[in-house]
Design a protein around this ligand. Structure first.
Ligand SMILES: Nc1ncnc2c1ncn2[C@@H]1O[C@H](COP(=O)(O)OP(=O)(O)O)[C@@H](O)[C@H]1O
Ligand SMILES: [Mg+2]
Length: 218
């Protein structure tokens, strides 16, 4: 059970930390309550070409956990083949991610839903486009989250280094002005022998409540 009853933007301490796992758990939980819910994956880098077009695994997982059937292009408006940073994946196919357009598409998709989960890509400050000049601030996924104005859920992949990554992520979210909805610990490495110690340390150190814990379950 994840103790949340409002829409969230889901970010994480890294890629591969359980964001999609947690997002689908939340969607299934809300769908079981009879709510009209769906997940969005605004930007996906890493996709397979199918007869229907490019498809990303996260977006398909979100679709299968939703109670509202949305067209694929609504769930995942920006789908790029290469599994790399979004702006590099876009550049590899001669595209540039239009953050303003992405924001309007996400707002329109969210409007009719009771609740939604919007899954980021990678971590909080993943760039979406090149900066206008070297060293200048580039648009990031955090800007998209700020535009959507959703509280942010941080998925912490429980492994060595996660305390630092979680603290850095939450500090950056706080400085964006968005509310922190809380964090969920997701056990992604069953061989890590500090799971219980880290659960305690995260609970003590993080400036937001733990709203769920996902044990290892292959
Ligand atoms: N609690 C867990 N137990 C077992 N496997 C997990 C768990 N959480 C995540 N995984 C697996 O780890 C991989 C990364 O998880 P995922 O949710 O896709 O991460 P992210 O969305 O942050 O990239 C996936 O293969 C997923 O099935
Ligand atoms: Mg994911």
């Amino acid at each position: 059970m994840i103790d949340l009853n409002h829409s969230v933007f889901v970010t994480g301490t890294d890629t591969g930390v359980g964001k999609t796992r947690v997002a689908t758990l939340l969607l299934r939980q809300w769908a079981a309550q009879g709510l009209a819910v769906a997940g969005l994956k605004p930007v996906a880098a890493g996709a397979q070409l199918t007869p229907a077009g490019l498809r990303n695994d996260d977006a398909l997982a979100l679709a299968s956990a939703a109670s509202v059937l949305l067209p694929y292009s609504v769930i995942n408006p920006c789908c790029l083949p290469q599994a790399t940073a979004p702006h590099l994946a876009a550049s590899a196919v001669g595209q540039r991610i239009d953050c303003g357009q992405l924001l309007s598409q996400c707002r329109a998709a969210l409007a009719p839903l009771d609740r939604a989960v919007v899954e980021g890509a990678g971590g909080w400050l993943v760039p979406l486009a090149e900066p206008s000049q070297p060293g200048a601030p580039a648009p990031t996924l955090a800007d998209l989250a700020v535009g959507l104005g959703l509280p942010v859920l941080v998925v912490v992949g429980v492994r060595l280094g996660c305390l630092n990554h979680a603290l850095l992520t939450m500090a950056a979210i706080r400085s964006s002005g968005l509310p922190l909805a809380g964090w969920v610990g997701c056990v992604v490495d069953p061989t890590f022998d500090g799971i219980d110690d880290y659960r305690g340390a995260l609970t003590q150190c993080l400036p937001a409540p733990c709203v769920g814990w996902v044990p290892w379950s292959p």
